[in-house]
Structure formats: C-alpha cells, structure tokens
Design a protein around this ligand. Structure first.
Ligand code: AMP
Length: 121
C-alpha cells in the first residue's frame, strides 16, 4: 500500500488544518481527538509517513520508534493519566480494514480520565 499524502493527519502535520496540540518534538505530534470517545482521548502520531504500526516497525528508524513509544508515556504524564501520576489509560492502535482503521497514518489512541471498560465491545 502507498502512503496517502492527503490523509487528514498529513494535513495536520503540514499545518493545513488545525489541531488541539498536546505535545510535539522532532519525531512526534500529539493532539486531542476531534470526536472524543472518553473523557480524555488523545492521539499520538509519528511525523514520518507511515500507514500503520506494521509499516512503521518495518520502515522507521530506531530513533523514530523509541521516540513514539516514549511520547506515549510523556503525553500520559502531561494529561495526568499515567500510572505514575494518574489512574491509568488505554493505548491502542487500529490497523487496516479488520482493525477498523479510518485514517491511514499511524496513530495511537490514548483513552483515560474514566474507566475505559471492556477490551472489545
Ligand atoms: P482510527 O479509526 O483508528 O483510524 O481513528 C481515527 C481517529 O481520528 C478518530 O477517532 C477520529 O475522531 C479522529 N480524527 C479524524 N479527524 C480528526 C481531526 N481533524 N483532528 C483530530 N482527530 C481526528
């Protein structure tokens, strides 16, 4: 599959459309989901052009992979939902058609601020 440069998160990264930013560094951007499913619903995305987690793990540099993983914890601390400073959260990423992925740019959802419930409804 070829990366679609016109997906909505690519447009956010190019600042063509706005986002409610939570965190940013050289490799990663985090912002609030526009359609929150829980009290806190954040997204964490790599700045590089990766379709999903499989694409990322096969093509990204070690620096990018470490940065994305660490950013999830960084964002959880900023939002006070980390297991250090808060009550925990769920981090998940959807892959492809069966995974229910809608935006074809890798993103982790961080759900928190309340009990998240069952793994799969
Ligand atoms: P997924 O189904 O895993 O691909 O999730 C895509 C997510 O992107 C959904 O939770 C949407 O609400 C969210 N989303 C779509 N457009 C935007 C946007 N412009 N800003 C923030 N979140 C968005």
């Amino acid at each position: 599959m070829i990366y679609d440069k016109n997906n909505i998160f690519a447009k956010i990264l190019r600042k063509e459309i706005p986002c409610k930013k939570i965190f940013e560094n050289e490799y990663v951007l985090s912002f609030y989901d526009i359609n929150a499913q829980k009290k806190i619903h954040a997204l964490v995305i790599p700045k590089g052009e990766y379709i999903d987690l499989d694409d990322f793990n096969q093509k990204a540099s070690d620096e990018e992979i470490v940065a994305l993983s660490k950013a999830i914890t960084e964002v959880s601390k900023i939002l006070d939902i980390s297991t250090d400073t808060g009550k925990g959260y769920r981090a998940l990423t959807n892959l492809g058609e069966h995974g229910g992925q809608e935006v074809p740019h890798l993103h982790f959802h961080l759900f928190g601020g309340e009990k998240i419930g069952k793994m799969v409804e």
